[in-house]
Design a protein around this ligand. Structure first.
Ligand code: M6R
Length: 606
């Protein structure tokens, strides 16, 4: 959702704030704005603009006042359209206090009515502006103590929020707070940073602090004080950022997405490192995996598809029932869950609200909660009993690629681990899976050598209005993932089907020329023949078939060959051509690859 950044310290604030916003733009790009507390005047210097960050940069001009503290925001609209007025920061009526917000204030309407009655004038349609007015009043009551005011206000708010506030009368201070939305503090030397995630400041410091639920940070260039909402001072929960600053740059690639596709072999190898022979105690120490009776996987979007693949592997290898649930649906149907349930929450960002809420629901009912996550210090791993970090590095493009690959790997590692401790896998099978896992990075590398011909092939389908994806077994979730990628990037109709379901309805969609991408099961799988029949069925109705297969397939109109692997591991390979197809289709249609319309990387609202 929205990206939030704050800087206070010895440097001029504009540069680190804008740099941070650039790194966070993937979180939201409907509008952007900054507020600087100047060293000379008693008003804040505010600029904000609808559209991408570039629009804001264009209006900044050269007469920027001297300032050593400031806050910046990049927005993904929820309440109120993406206009200049709705862009953050929002000011109080004195023009002295500015607030930026990520999340949703659920009781904003009632707050607004009370504030308007008390004489406050609102300028925007947002839920966030209420906070600026509330804070302004609270600060006056607290005799200028902005942190105390923030604590008072947070107690009145319902919903989810990360908030940063700055006041022109106390220019070196930034006060932040969070509930259900992320906020990290970067610890510098004579300077400090606040941001939605560490990528905003890793170029400046690798030391960071996590803020827990309902905590408030009172930050100057020289000090950081963390309190709960009663004002009790809390210890610093400091961690070292392992990501490299350059990992969040485009590094010569035209788009982050393409760079991230090419980083997949390394991301897979890193995620496997030291774990193939078993998950170490570091991963599993907080959780008792003995005696579980069922596994429930909750996730959204691409992570959900990784969970669906995980179901096939975990059920078979660990001989245990696995349900995979859309996190947004899970808690609203009163599912059966207890202390013998292992709940696995999969999330790249670790902040997806739907997944977080599903996880909390299960935890409250006694489930043992295991997170699979890519972002250190984010909320989902922090609230879990144990976490298996995928080591994909920062994923900036909104469309998930390398995170998906590493989520698949995490599913296999968990399946293998459960299979070992439950004694449900033969030594031969364990050895085979270990071997096949270790070969995956090289095999993905091999597929990446075919990127150019695949891009050329994709361009042939430029005028298609719809594309269908067919798969069976683990190829079915792969088909769903291929269709999701195409929808979000190319803005075209795409659907994934299980091959066996075709005859129950979807085959009616096939017309002469409809492109159908068929994800062939591994050649030695029982389902290979069934899928070959599905190809004949769609071809007989005029479809043009692009097959992703590990053998030659004369029935296909076009063939994308992938290396052979164990049948459950195949999605790691077969998804790569699907990512390239979606990437290229977005380019030929002139779409924004890294920031597709209407989407945000991290979805922190329900
Ligand atoms: O951060 P998460 O893994 O929890 O995000 C879940 C989905 O929002 C995400 O995978 C989304 O579907 C991607 N944009 C798809 O490419």
């Amino acid at each position: 959702m929205c990206g939030i950044v704050g800087y206070t310290g010895k440097e001029l604030a504009l540069t680190p704030v804008l740099e941070g916003l650039r790194k966070l733009e993937y979180r939201g790009y409907d509008s952007a704005g900054i507020a600087l507390a100047t060293t000379t005047g008693h008003k804040l210097w505010i600029q904000k603009r609808a559209g991408k960050l570039g629009n804001l940069e264009e209006i900044l001009g050269s007469t920027i006042p001297e300032s050593h503290s400031g806050i910046g925001h990049t927005r993904w609209a929820t309440h109120g359209g993406p206009t200049d007025l709705n862009a953050h920061p929002h000011l109080d009526n004195d023009g002295k206090l500015a607030v930026i917000h990520n999340g949703i204030i659920e009781n904003y309407l009632e707050l607004r009515l009370v504030l308007e009655k008390a004489g406050h004038t609102f300028k925007s349609e947002t839920d966030s502006e209420s906070v600026a007015h509330l804070l302004s009043d609270a600060r006056k009551q607290r005799k200028g103590d902005l942190a105390a005011a923030m604590r008072d206000v947070c107690r009145q708010l319902r919903g989810s929020f990360t908030l940063l506030a700055i006041h022109s009368d106390d220019p070196g201070r930034i006060v932040g707070a969070r509930r259900n939305s992320p906020l990290v503090v970067g610890i510098g030397d004579g300077e400090n940073f606040l941001a939605s995630d560490v990528s905003a400041f890793i170029a400046h410091t690798k030391r960071a602090l996590e803020l827990g639920q309902d905590e408030v940070a009172d930050v100057t260039g020289e000090s950081i004080v963390i309190t709960d909402l009663t004002g009790k001072i809390l210890p610093h929960n400091e961690f070292e950022i392992s990501w490299d600053a350059s990992a969040a740059e485009r590094g010569g690639f035209e788009h982050f997405m393409l760079k991230e596709i090419f980083e997949q072999p390394k991301a897979i190898a890193d995620t496997l490192l030291g774990r193939i022979q078993g998950l170490d105690e570091e991963v599993t120490k907080g959780i008792n995996l003995a005696g579980i009776e069922k596994v429930v996987i909750v996730a959204c979007g691409t992570a959900f598809h990784a969970g669906l693949v995980g179901k096939y592997a975990i059920e078979k290898w660990a001989n245990i029932a696995v349900d995979v649930e859309l996190a947004s649906e899970y808690r609203y149907r009163d599912p059966s869950v207890d202390s013998n349930t292992l709940l696995i929450a999969i999330s790249q960002s670790g902040e997806t609200m739907d997944t977080l809420m599903a996880m909390r629901y299960a935890k409250e009912r006694g489930a043992r909660v295991f997170a699979v996550c890519n972002t250190n210090g984010s909320t989902i791993p922090r609230e879990s009993d144990a976490v298996l970090y995928t080591r994909a590095g920062p994923e900036v493009a909104v469309a998930s690629t390398k995170a998906f690959e590493t989520q698949l790997v995490a599913m296999y590692l968990i399946g293998l681990h459960l299979g070992r401790i439950r004694g449900t896998m033969s030594q031969e099978l364990i050895a085979e899976i270990e071997h096949e896992l270790s070969e995956l990075p090289a095999k993905v590398e091999q597929i990446l050598e075919t990127v150019e011909p695949l891009r050329e092939l994709t361009r042939r389908f430029n005028s298609a209005t719809s594309m269908l994806f067919l798969g069976r077994n683990v190829g079915f979730p792969t088909a769903l993932e291929g269709a999701l990628k195409l929808k979000e990037l190319a803005y075209m109709h795409a659907e994934g089907f299980a091959g066996g379901e075709l005859k129950h309805g979807p085959i009616a969609l096939i017309e002469v020329g409809t492109p159908v991408v068929a994800i062939m099961p591994a050649a030695n799988s029982l389902l290979a023949e069934k899928m070959a029949s599905n190809i004949q069925e769609v071809k007989a109705r005029g479809a043009v078939v692009i097959a992703i297969a590990d053998i030659d397939l004369p029935a296909a109109d076009y063939l994308v060959r992938i290396p052979k692997t164990h049948e459950f591991l195949q999605p790691v390979l077969s998804v790569v051509p699907l990512q390239i197809i979606a990437y290229e289709m977005a380019i030929v249609r002139g779409n924004d690859v890294d920031q597709p319309r209407n989407l945000a990387k991290s979805v922190t609202v329900e």
